[in-house]
Design a protein around this ligand. Sequence first.
Ligand SMILES: [Zn+2]
Ligand SMILES: [Zn+2]
Length: 254
Amino acid sequence: MRIRVLGCSGGIGGGLRTTALLVDEDILIDAGTGVGDLSLESLARIDHIFVSHSHLDHVASIPFLVDTVCWMRGSPIVVYGIKETLDILRAHLFNWKLWPDFTQIPDAEHPFMVYREIRVGETVELGARRFTAIPANHTVPAVGYALDSGRAALIYSGDTWVNDGLWHAVNTTPHLKYLIIETAFPDKEHEIAAASKHLCPRVLAQELGKMRATPEVYITHLKPGEGALTMKEVSEAAGRWRPRMLENNQEFSL
Ligand SMILES: [Zn+2]
Ligand SMILES: [Zn+2]
């Protein structure tokens, strides 16, 4: 299982892209603006999209992706998410106003896109690859995902604040090799972080204190313009876990 980072920023500008991970050639974990860097052929190979939550920085490329490749494909793109997330996408994005409802195009029997509801704790198996929704604590209903190849596992926190459910997953996932966890704000914006249910470095450090496993730790969702400051604070507050900044185009293999 190969995982490539297509976007790992809290925003755009310069080389920055919002959150998306490409798994092998056919799966996305979130579909932020980084998806737009893929070639047309690569876009057409995406069969499955696991959505962490409905915020635009995580779903912005789904409408364009479906619209761009639908004529090149023989099967629908499957969008996975918890019920609350899919309900928001139905009501507020693919609602014929902001974008057409591609679950009805060209017709409901042969659509270009389908929704597949998953529950927190549920695992979707795609060949030997396993994707489990894990709890997140954010301003809208949200999950993270655990990815497991059978040999090794990676956990992606999604957008989250203080979250004991994440640490339960981290501490009980066998052969956990990587943890990708958000830290969206520097400590001076602690109150904004708490209100928007994102982590800042000192809360990250408190959270990492709950970890019993020893994965490599990568920090994602840094706010544009404040990434260097936030990573400096992360190193000071949480240095014992040796967290590194997640980089665009970085690859992991499981
Ligand atoms: Zn969010
Ligand atoms: Zn986000």
